[in-house]
Design a protein around this ligand. Structure first.
Ligand SMILES: C[S@@+](CC[C@H](N)C(=O)[O-])C[C@H]1O[C@@H](n2cnc3c(N)ncnc32)[C@H](O)[C@@H]1O
Length: 272
């Protein structure tokens, strides 16, 4: 039986300052930030004062710090992120977003857990960068993104026969597929939004993460909500969702969508 739908609360604001969210009230933070050193996100970072790789990482670190504050003990942080390949100052190199995010979150007190490699079939064709068929100057294709996983402190505890937990069971087949380290069965999401590419991840990915790391009745937060994929998935699965989005037009579209879906718990907070 499908659980009753959850509700969605929305805030227009900054993932680094979740004023509307109290300490230790969120069970799962599932999100995908703007990726450092990916040109699509340069302007968004620049408008927030982050103009180089360390600055971009520092911005994201502020969001992970805030995620730690709002999570309950035992709550999970799931971060979908990809590395970047880019030439700057004449140097073409990898910018290891996943590795730096792992280190930053661990420094903030999160416990790193085994992560997932999300192999995106759509990234594969025509991606070869190099010079024909001779070594050594070609590059391996970046066709995986990462679902980094962290826990705040020790394991979450439940009373015996907790109804929300029992209602959140997955099947053996789901467990075998979801808890393997490489996910090859999920396609990328459609990227066209009103203002160009959205950076959205697929609904199936959001649903999977929500079902793996939260139970019915929990609160799921996406502090970089974008088109709201996490929020709609969480609400459909009987979790209550909180979404935070900094960009005005993106936020307006998000709020309209939440209203259309009849999911808003309260009116969105006014822009700050
Ligand atoms: C990769 S997209 C998220 C896409 C989302 N997972 C989806 O499926 O649509 C990142 C989002 O974070 C927003 N953003 C950037 N900086 C932010 C900040 N400081 N606080 C909150 N949101 C921010 C961007 O405007 C963008 O919508």
């Amino acid at each position: 039986m499908r659980p009753a739908r959850g509700t969605v609360r929305l805030f227009r604001g900054d993932a680094r300052r979740l004023d509307g969210v109290r300490d230790a009230t969120v069970h799962l933070v599932a999100t995908s930030p703007p990726y450092p050193m990916i040109p699509q996100w340069d302007e968004v970072f620049r408008l927030q004062g982050a103009v180089d790789y360390p600055g971009m990482l520092a911005l994201l670190e502020g969001a992970w710090r805030e995620a730690h504050r709002v999570l309950v003990p035992g709550g999970i942080l799931a971060v979908v992120i990809g590395d970047a390949l880019r030439r700057t100052d004449g140097e073409f190199r990898l910018w290891p977003n996943h590795a730096d995010t792992l280190v930053a979150a661990a420094r903030l007190g999160f416990r790193p857990l085994p992560y997932v490699l999300w192999k995106k079939p759509t990234n594969k064709p025509n991606a070869f960068l190099g010079s024909g068929f001779v070594p050594p100057n070609a590059y391996v294709t970046l066709d995986c993104e990462f679902v980094l996983l962290f826990r705040k402190g020790l394991l979450r505890r439940f009373p015996p026969h907790d109804p929300g937990r029992l209602a959140s069971r997955f099947t053996r087949a789901e467990r075998d597929l979801w808890f393997s380290q490489v996910w090859e069965d999920l396609r990328g999401a459609r990227q066209a939004g009103r203002r160009g590419r959205t950076g959205a991840f697929p609904t199936a990915l959001a649903e999977r993460v929500v079902r793996m790391f939260s139970v019915v009745g929990d609160t799921v937060l996406d502090p970089f909500a974008g088109t709201g994929t996490t929020l709609w998935a969480a609400a459909a699965l009987g979790r209550n969702a909180i979404g935070v989005e900094w960009d005005g037009p993106t936020f307006a579209t998000l709020a309209e969508e939440a209203r259309t879906r009849g999911l808003l718990a309260t009116d969105p907070s006014p822009p700050r």
